[in-house]
Design a protein around this ligand. Sequence first.
Ligand code: V47
Ligand code: SF4
Length: 345
Amino acid sequence: MNRLTESQALDLFLNAPLDELCKLANAEKESRHGKSVYWVNNRQINYTNVCVLHCRFCAFSKIKKDSPTAYDWDYSTIRDKAAEAIAGGARELHIVGGLHPDHPFDYYIEMLRKLRKEFPAVNLKAFTAVEICHFAKISGQTPEQIMATLKDAGLDTLPGGGAEILVQSVRDQICPGKETGEEWLAVHRAAHKLGIPTNATMLFGHIEKPEDRIAHMRMLRDLQDEAPGFFAFIPLVYHPEHNALHKIVPHITSEEDILRTVAIARLFLDNIPHIKAYWIQMGIETAMKALHAGASDLDGTIIEEKITHAAGATVPIGMSPQRMRELIENEGLVPVERDAKYETY
Ligand code: V47
Ligand code: SF4
């Protein structure tokens, strides 16, 4: 298939009948991965919710350290959560948190170093580009230096969070003061050049327009051409509860919008291997439909999730490996267990 232009993608997204769009995207998915659907036994560790930023869509963060609902886990708590997950077969720890005002960069280096020493086999998928920029700021180093140090301490891959919508005019409205879209891209470019693979997300279903979604994907596609290293694209469904955007956008977007977004991502992002159906945010039913609309990955067992649940998600927070396999098989598809680097088992 020829590479889609932005205007072709927009036209398909807006005007193609849903079933035809999904069929096209599914054919594209099957030409790459056949009937395989990838999943990972993982655990999310959201180590603190204290954050110096206040993104308007975020219901997770607390500005004040002494707020009754603020938390900041010590290493032994993080370690115990990791140990529990690894005892249950986890191959990936997905570690992200708020931008804490007090911890020095050494705190994060030590976190990874100790985890790596105690759990040598697990993949450490840690710290979004936003956290990397924060560490750079507090330590006076460049993001490249930060990531080289973290890689040495045990970092395997970078998660895709913090991308939101990379188009700056939208970003300025939903997360003023956060690193710019260009800065987010620069961190991922540098990570790929350092041999650290990454993912990319897109938070959609709020104030952005379809054009912004396609422009966001175009920026990712361009970066992947220039400095390959993205494994997966993850459309994140905006959840509207308990955040500052609630008054303007009080609803979750429709299932059709989610499926169209997954499908157009599969067709447009021809250089990114996987589109992820993040079941925590799509809900299980819609995630199953997404597996027939271009998605080839279901993320993971997760065990504990705080960010989307703070914003009103009602799905269970974890899933057993057996249920994960069953769900995929019930769709007539083939579950393939992977780790954060897409090594399969
Ligand atoms: O960066 C915050 C988003 C992200 C809300 O890389 C919200 O494999 C919806 O990045 N509604 C964290 N989303 C999650 C994330 C992720 C998830 C799964 C896999 C991977 C991966 C990455 O959640 C944040 C932010 O963009 N978020 N608030 C909200 N109200
Ligand atoms: Fe902080 Fe991340 Fe929430 Fe923004 S999305 S306020 S950076 S925790």
